[in-house]
Design a protein around this ligand. Structure first.
Ligand code: ATP
Ligand SMILES: Nc1nc2c(ncn2[C@@H]2O[C@H](COP(=O)(O)O)[C@@H](O)[C@H]2O)c(=O)[nH]1
Length: 302
């Protein structure tokens, strides 16, 4: 029996219909961005997750000009500043290009709307109360994503996997580093490794949610390099004596470890000038409120 394949002209018609449908779908997304019905950061997130999606097929040039207040001249300037070729589609952006574009738009949109949903890093010396303040924010401000870190240290009594930390062994931590799955990582107090999983942070920021990282000072510096749009908040104790009281009162470290942490704390306190904001943790709920308020505050130019 003869084989009957689809005639080439039928293939061509189907392909051209599909191309028309894809063009219309892309035009609809662009129109929704211009009308303010779709958040441009959300479109960028979808394109990153699925480069073959309608969003992924939109050219970066068209994407930018569909954002109100970005005309053709500005668009060309931004493309040059961001180092993105005009031929690129959203789905074809590399990780660094997407991150630069997202950071740029986050700041621009925040400046226009007055809303500064952003990445806030909370750091400060040992026992100042970072974990306590961050825990208060998790409970009382559910709109803010509190990033859950991975660590090689063992769980303490009362700590829960996936809530306090992701407790992993050295081999798994090495794998996370190799796979580029950590936004930053550091060996803290010369003991264990801690790192911020990149995926949940980027997803939350792309969908317009504010994110809080409670990490050490080395990590804060690394976040500043990776995401310059982040605000760095330094949590201070009311006094050195109170810091020592909190560390000893917590009773989670033995004497030598307490001593080691206090030595590190002196070095860490000297890093305060590298931070955008300072919050004194005298009262937990007041300090938490101040940190959340900073998510809506334009950070000072450095
Ligand atoms: N405002 C506050 N007033 C009094 N005690 C506080 C206050 N904030 C935190 N504490 C207490 O201080 C101790 C240290 O707090 P916490 O463990 O949150 O510090 P940390 O900065 O996360 O420490 P580390 O970096 O070592 O993990 C805890 O016992 C906590 O209950
Ligand atoms: N650089 C990072 N530091 C982190 C991260 N998660 C927590 N930390 C810091 O580690 C110390 C010790 O924490 P503990 O729970 O063992 O007392 C503390 O200063 C945290 O801020 C992270 O992902 N990256």
């Amino acid at each position: 029996m003869a084989e009957y394949g689809t005639p080439p002209e039928v293939d061509r018609v189907a392909a051209s219909r599909a191309a028309v449908a894809a063009r219309r779908a892309r035009a609809a997304v662009k129109a929704a961005i211009s009308a303010g019905e779709r958040n441009p950061l959300d479109v960028l997130r979808v394109a990153g997750e699925d480069p073959a999606s309608v969003e992924g097929g939109i050219r970066v040039t068209e994407y930018l000009t569909s954002i109100p207040s970005i005309g053709v001249t500005k668009m060309h300037r931004f493309m040059e500043e961001l180092g993105i070729s005009p031929a690129k589609r959203l789905g074809g952006l590399g990780r660094h290009q997407r991150r630069r574009l997202r950071g740029f738009l986050t700041d621009r949109l925040a400046a226009q709307t007055g809303r500064h949903n952003r990445l806030v890093v909370l750091a400060g010396p040992t026992a100042v109360g970072k974990g306590t303040v961050a825990g208060h924010i998790r409970t009382h401000y559910p709109d803010v994503l509190l990033s859950v870190s991975a660590t090689t240290r063992a769980p303490r009594p009362g700590e829960t996997e996936g809530v306090s930390y992701y407790f992993v062994d050295d081999a798994e931590f090495d794998r996370l580093i190799e796979a580029g799955e950590l936004l930053e990582w550091a060996t803290v107090h010369n003991a264990h490794r801690y790192g911020t999983p990149r995926g949940p942070v980027e997803e939350a920021l792309d969908s317009g949610r504010s994110v809080l990282l409670e990490i050490d000072i080395q990590g804060a510096r690394k976040v500043r390099r990776a995401m310059p749009e982040a605000s760095l908040v330094f949590l201070l104790p009311p006094s050195w004596e109170e810091l020592v009281r909190r560390l000893i009162g917590r009773a989670t470290e033995d004497g030598p470890e307490q001593q080691r942490r206090l030595e590190t704390a002196k070095v860490e306190l000297a890093a305060i000038d590298e931070f955008d904001f300072e919050v004194v943790n005298t009262d937990v709920s007041t300090a938490a409120q101040e940190v959340v308020d900073l998510m809506q505050t334009r950070k000072p130019k450095r």
